[in-house]
Design a protein around this ligand. Sequence first.
Ligand SMILES: Nc1ncnc2c1ncn2[C@@H]1O[C@H](COP(=O)(O)OP(=O)(O)OP(=O)(O)O)[C@@H](O)[C@H]1O
Length: 502
Amino acid sequence: MEDRHAYEKVRVNGAPAEATLSTGTGGGGGPELRWRCAGGVTAERSLSLEADVLGVEANGKEVVVRAFVADAAAASCAAVGKRRREIRRRKDYVFEMAAGEGAAAAWGDTLRGCLDSFGRPKRLFVFVNPFGGKKRANKIYAAEIKPLFEAAGVQITTQETKHRGHAREVASSLDLGRYDGIVCVSGDGVLVEVVNGILQRTDWKEAVKMPIGIVPAGTGNGMAKSLLHAAGETYSVSDAVFAIIRGHKQSLDVCAIVQGQERIFSVLSMTWGMKQTCLVADIDIESEKYRWMGSARFDFYALVRIMNLRRYCGSIHFVPAPGYEAYGEPVTQVDNIVERIEQNRESPGPGPGFSQGPSAELERSDWRFFDGPFVAVWINNVPWAAESAMAAPEAKFSDGYMDVVIIRDCPKPDLLALLLKMSDGSYVKSTYVTYLKVKSFRLSPGQLVENPRRGGVIDVDGEVIARGEGTYGKDQHEDLMTYGPSIQLTVHQALATIFSPK
Ligand SMILES: Nc1ncnc2c1ncn2[C@@H]1O[C@H](COP(=O)(O)OP(=O)(O)OP(=O)(O)O)[C@@H](O)[C@H]1O
């Protein structure tokens, strides 16, 4: 049954009005506040507590409702309930109760009760990476993030990341009982560190249930873009924060990437060969020097990059998801693959290694393969690799599969055309792109076709994990894995939990 509190005499931001607080769900719309100003010239206004309200405070005769709405018009009853793409803004509505303090206190209690019933996070641990993206994360935090959390009454503990790996260290030992979630104000890198830190804990099975939030403040913000886009929300810092405040959650597949005794967990992507994000970003940024060309500079710079196109020898093996069984060639001798999986099973260490993870034997007879050369192989967990690159339009957060994109021999003009369609994902329709979903995957990377003394680069969630001979930085960097021996990927379905707008 719907529960209503109606007041004849209320002032809303000083204007006399009649207001109704509805706490029930009888109408199907959830708890809401409605009011109509005296005189009736303005339309009835309403605020959905779940979709528009951050917090509430009762003060004497007043109840202050801290809202986050698209604009003044968006608070009209016509707009309530619809998904909006407009930019939201902070707005306070002060309800002065004619019936006095007692009525204000009662409204305050009722409103807070409604907000509490949504299960929103009350205590958050927030990482801020001051070096992410354009090094503005601290400013963004102070100007756009902190005020929203404060308005929502969320208790915040912040931690600036001091060095590479710091977020991982902290997440591996944080007292999780003190928080309802961990938030990363950063690019995807810190998020990945947090997931890896949690999975190296001895209590990882419990710890991995801790919801993780991401607020885009880096160069690569594929996860934030994927979450907001999937919910039909605008891609912005404030929308990402609001999603965390509202406390909706989504489970997320985590991919274990293993080579011998080395293991890393990925939530976004693994890439080999041409990079999806790099090329798109490069065309935006590096083409600046060709600004005099006008809009043709994008095409020109893409062309420059494609002229230097590299193709790599190697092979990939995979267990296809249902519906993709016809892709590639059947593997007749699976023993090598299974042997390697069995070796990996014995690898020590905490976290969902092969001993705890999904059983690999189930997939014993289903392996298929492609041989190179390859221009690019991308394995994606979520649709967006960066905010401007929709690498895997079919990817789902927790379907238990990785979406694989393979570009093999592709004429340069076609590659250019394909690249220019990366921003909406339509590039996958090209005949030069093979797109499939897999349960397990194995990459055996080889040398450049044009130069057998030179290898390629393998990148996981934006970090290089292996680089071959002759590649940039080979002499300076000690990578986690070796370029050459196979790298095995296994999906752990819905292992992690992430704050999501819906
Ligand atoms: N204080 C710091 N100094 C140097 N590196 C840091 C610091 N804090 C975090 N990092 C590292 O920066 C890396 C990238 O961070 P993040 O993803 O937030 O930003 P980004 O701009 O998207 O990154 P990038 O473009 O470099 O991949 C992470 O791996 C993280 O460990």
